[in-house]
Design a protein around this ligand. Structure first.
Ligand code: TMP
Length: 217
């Protein structure tokens, strides 16, 4: 069912449950005989992980928004050239925790930078590389932020730079994802991320199965 290797991206507001879901999707694909690996952005390569800690730690004013956009894009260049494309070429699927949809949401809708500029930069720097399927875990950002802050403080992780931004910022992120899905419905599925982890997981797996069946036709 479906073509051999696909590029999946999982997107959503902070605390929507993406990271755990990426692991479940990878396990589901592997169990079905389709090799897949999990990866993340910013990150996914040694240099990208260094950029991640620079980008996600500190206070909101740690970076000018142009620098933030360029560094997110630089991490993506490394990720795509060194991991995503070579892995897909080997017939192994990629499940990425965030991709360029996050840049359109956070730097575009969140920070107010031009989406045309973000897309231009993506095309020039990264290339015309888009996920086959974007899974948007849709959740009220107030719920997501509370979860995310709890996890960061419980695990003493210094990655809370975007969590310090106000709720309005995070509402713009949610709206941007829904808007991206509406504008490009063939490439996106929106999943209600409210519910038990088992319920949300079942919704995601069902949506992926449906998408793969459609792809196989
Ligand atoms: P996360 O891995 O916990 O989701 O944290 C990544 C943070 O980085 C999250 O708040 C969203 C932000 N981000 C951007 O602002 N732009 C991007 O392009 C990416 C990939 C992430």
């Amino acid at each position: 069912m479906g073509k051999a290797a696909s590029f999946y991206a999982v997107e959503g507001v902070d605390g929507c449950g993406k990271s755990g879901m990426v692991g479940h999707i990878v396990a589901h694909l592997n169990d079905g005989g389709y090799p897949a690996i999990a990866t993340r952005e910013p990150g996914g390569t040694p240099q990208g992980e260094k950029l991640r800690s620079l980008l996600l730690s500190g206070t909101d004013d740690a970076w000018d928004q142009q620098s933030e956009l360029l560094l997110m894009t630089a991490a993506r260049v490394e990720h795509v050239r060194r991991v995503v494309l070579p892995t897909l070429e080997r017939g192994i699927s990629i499940v990425s925790d965030r991709y360029v949809g996050s840049t359109i949401a956070y730097q575009g809708a969140g920070r107010g930078m031009s989406e045309d500029y973000i897309r231009f930069l993506h095309k020039e720097a990264v290339g015309d590389v888009w996920p086959d399927l974007v899974i948007v875990l849709d959740l009220d950002p107030a719920i997501g932020l509370a979860r995310s802050k709890k996890r960061l403080s419980a695990d003493a992780i210094d990655e809370g730079r975007f969590e310090t931004l106000d709720l309005d910022f995070h509402h713009r992120i949610r709206r941007s994802y829904l808007d991206q899905a509406t504008r490009d419905p063939d490439r996106h599925v929106v999943i209600d991320a409210l519910g038990t982890p088992e319920e949300v997981r079942a919704r995601v797996i069902e949506a992926i199965t449906l998408w793969r069946t459609r792809q196989a036709r």
